[in-house]
Design a protein around this ligand. Structure first.
Ligand SMILES: [Zn+2]
Length: 233
């Protein structure tokens, strides 16, 4: 491993850099998912609110209808005073009675609706409380993610500095090869497994490769994937 050691150190740093970069890339998605959690409850709250407000509007409409009927009754009574015949008086009396019945009916309907209002309000409040609770949880997670982002970026900065030093220790020829293969394969340097298999693509290597690796003087690459092989001692 000796002559591979600087390259393996570089690869180790690059591995950590890749992980951090991946994490940094994923954080916005994770934030979005976290916020998305709230949308279910928000929707439920909106629909409960709409139901409640709809009911309130119906009750208010009934108020208007009741007021209209009462106004009619008041006018009928006034008119009744000016009527001449008993027959006309009785007819107006019937109109008044039927308007009064209508008022009763409307008031009863309104009462029934009002009784339904409280459970609706309770339902709405409990969803609102749940949403507040969820919001708190989501806020906490979002803060954690922010913090993690800052840490990851800080660490990434440090590693990039370390990387510059680590790269200097690797021979130019190795480095060029490593950088080229890194574009399509990761990791670039892999241990030979079970004495003969590439640790990356699992191709069985020829015996000559093992012999060269045992001499530990020249780089040996996999014929299939091009990864650099080393003996994991
Ligand atoms: Zn391979």
């Amino acid at each position: 491993v000796n002559f591979m050691a600087p390259l393996l150190s570089l690869q180790e740093i690059d591995g950590r850099i890749r992980e951090l970069q991946q994490e940094i890339r994923d954080i916005p998605t994770r934030k979005g998912m976290e916020k998305g959690r709230l949308s279910d409850t928000t929707e439920r709250l909106e629909s409960a609110k709409a139901k409640y407000q709809g009911m309130q509007a119906k009750i208010a409409d009934l108020d208007t209808s009741i007021a209209l009927q009462n106004e009619r009754i008041r006018k009928f009574r006034q008119q009744q005073l000016s009527l001449r015949t008993n027959e006309e008086f009785r007819a107006m009396g019937q109109q008044i009675q039927s308007a009064e019945k209508e008022v009763e009916r409307l008031e009863l309907e309104q009462l029934t609706l009002q009784e339904g209002l409280d459970p609706m309000k309770e339902d709405m409040e409990s969803i609102r409380a749940k949403l507040a609770e969820e919001l708190e949880g989501v806020d906490a997670t979002l803060n954690e993610l922010e913090e993690r982002m800052v840490q990851a970026e800080e660490m990434l900065g440090k590693l990039k500095k370390e990387r510059i030093e680590a790269e200097k220790a690797v021979s130019k020829q190795f480095l060029q090869y490593y950088i080229r293969v890194k574009k399509s394969r990761w990791p670039v340097a892999v241990p030979l497994q079970d004495g003969s298999v590439c640790g990356g693509c699992h191709l069985v290597q020829p015996p000559s490769s093992l012999r060269m690796l045992e001499h530990n003087t020249v780089p040996v690459t996999c014929q299939m994937c091009g990864r650099m092989l080393y003996l994991d001692s």
